[in-house]
Design a protein around this ligand. Structure first.
Ligand code: PMT
Length: 398
């Protein structure tokens, strides 16, 4: 998986920098081309000579070569890379990356990198647990960076706890897994619905729900990371895809969402219906604001909205996969299975409002995947970004 890949190995100033030599060696052995970029303080821990000898490339550390004035272009490096791995990543560099403090070659390269970035933190346990480190790592995650969680064990301080940089073998395996997954959906077209629908009552009021779009956008981002051409048909939300190239079709009502899905579906390999579509819409939305002072309490008659998933399910062709969600409050498995069968789905992702941290608005979810045979796999509480990866893995295995 790493054959021919261009990897920037960023090294910062921590004791674990001695392991970076082994990491460079393993990457080279796996067929990658490795360019080391070190912070000035990293050179206190491991010499550039060792790393340039291992990688066959001069190490980059300064903006200029002192005696010739030659400029080292972080922009070119950022474009060259298929991945950037920062190992070890100290609390200081993580903080600079989170807030864009571009005062060295490593951070400027990070800010210019178009490729996925992997960060392997290494520091003492108290630094690791400090709220600023926790917040900075969460910020990097929100930028789409991959955090290779530090391991627990004996630390340089001789204290024991979380803060050890993962072993080079683990980091290489993580990169291999990543490159394997990015090619998984190459050439596939994926359609995702996300967010709520708004059904107009009058020009200023609507019937809606609490969906934030986080689950659907996480799926769309992950599918794009895996090489798919992704379209999100999105109800009104305040978020955007984080992966470049994801196409967003903005809609408001269930009928508009249906029209956009119908247009895209014949060209789609995998459709994932994550939107919380309103089941009913006002039959006769008013074209002027309903005035409280002048009118009696209005009676709003509702009509049934079209079922988008069922409509696509009826048109599904061999080779197309259709996956739905079920948001339940009770009798979860039976209700989800009933939806899967009625809508001709290949799989349904059940989330229950009875599970803490699941459902609307949260950054986490608790998903149970149910296939057409009724077999279920319950996943633990996890970030929606990880749940998205599990859902796509399961679709791949269908
Ligand atoms: O957006 P978030 O805040 O991150 O929240 C995520 C979520 C809770 C919205 C998501 O995880 C979820 O469960 N989405 C589906 C919610 C829902 O409407 O479930 P349902 O059981 O009512 O619908 C079943 C399936 O049919 C869903 O795939 C739904 O998209 C689809 N449907 C429903 C009604 C309708 N008229 N047309 C549809 O296509």
């Amino acid at each position: 998986m790493l054959e021919g890949k261009h990897i920037i190995l960023g090294i910062t100033g921590g004791i674990a920098a001695y392991k970076s030599a082994m990491l460079a060696r393993l990457l080279i052995k796996a067929g990658a081309e490795v360019q080391v970029v070190m912070t000035p303080s990293a050179k206190e821990f491991i010499t550039p000579v060792t790393l340039s000898a291992l990688t066959g490339k001069p190490v980059v550390s300064e903006f200029f070569t002192a005696n010739t004035g030659e400029w080292h272009s972080h922009v070119d490096l950022g474009l060259w890379a298929d991945a950037m791995v920062i190992a070890p990543a100290t609390a200081c560099t993580i903080g600079k990356m989170a807030s864009g403090v571009a005062d060295n070659m490593l951070v400027t390269t990070y800010l210019s990198a178009k490729a996925p970035v992997f960060v392997a933190p290494a520091m003492d346990l108290d630094m690791m647990a400090h709220p600023s480190t926790v917040r900075n790592l969460a910020t990097l995650r929100s930028y789409g960076n991959h955090i290779i969680e530090a391991a627990s064990g004996e630390l340089a301080s001789h204290l024991t706890g979380k803060g050890r940089m993962q072993e080079p073998e683990v980091i290489v395996a993580e990169l291999e897994r990543f490159f394997a997954s990015t090619s998984q959906l190459a050439g596939k077209k994926v359609l995702v619905t996300a967010g709520p629908t708004y059904e107009k009552i009058d020009p200023v009021r609507f019937i809606g729900n609490y969906s934030s779009g986080k689950m659907g956008y996480a799926i769309a981002d992950e599918a794009a990371r895996r090489g798919a051409e992704v379209t999100i048909v999105s109800g009104p939300v305040s978020i955007k895809p984080t992966v470049p190239g994801v196409r967003v079709v903005n809609v408001e009502s269930a009928r508009q969402m249906l029209a956009a899905c119908e247009e895209a579906f014949s060209q789609t390999d995998i459709a994932i219906m994550c939107a919380a579509v309103a089941d009913y819409a006002p039959a006769n939305p008013a074209d002027r604001k309903i005035k409280r002072e002048k009118e009696d309490v209005p009676v709003i008659n509702l009509v049934k909205n079209p079922d988008i998933a069922a409509t696509l399910g009826a048109r599904k062709q061999p080779g197309q996969s259709l996956v739905g969600f079920a948001l339940e409050t009770d009798n979860e498995h039976a209700n989800a299975l009933d939806k899967l069968r009625r809508k001709n789905l290949d799989m349904i992702a059940l989330n229950s409002l009875r599970d803490a941290g699941a459902g609307f608005g949260t950054d986490t979810n608790v998903i149970t995947l149910i296939d057409a045979t009724g077999a279920e796999t319950r996943l633990p509480l996890m970030p929606k970004t990880e749940a998205a990866a599990c859902i796509l893995d399961a679709i791949n295995n269908l």
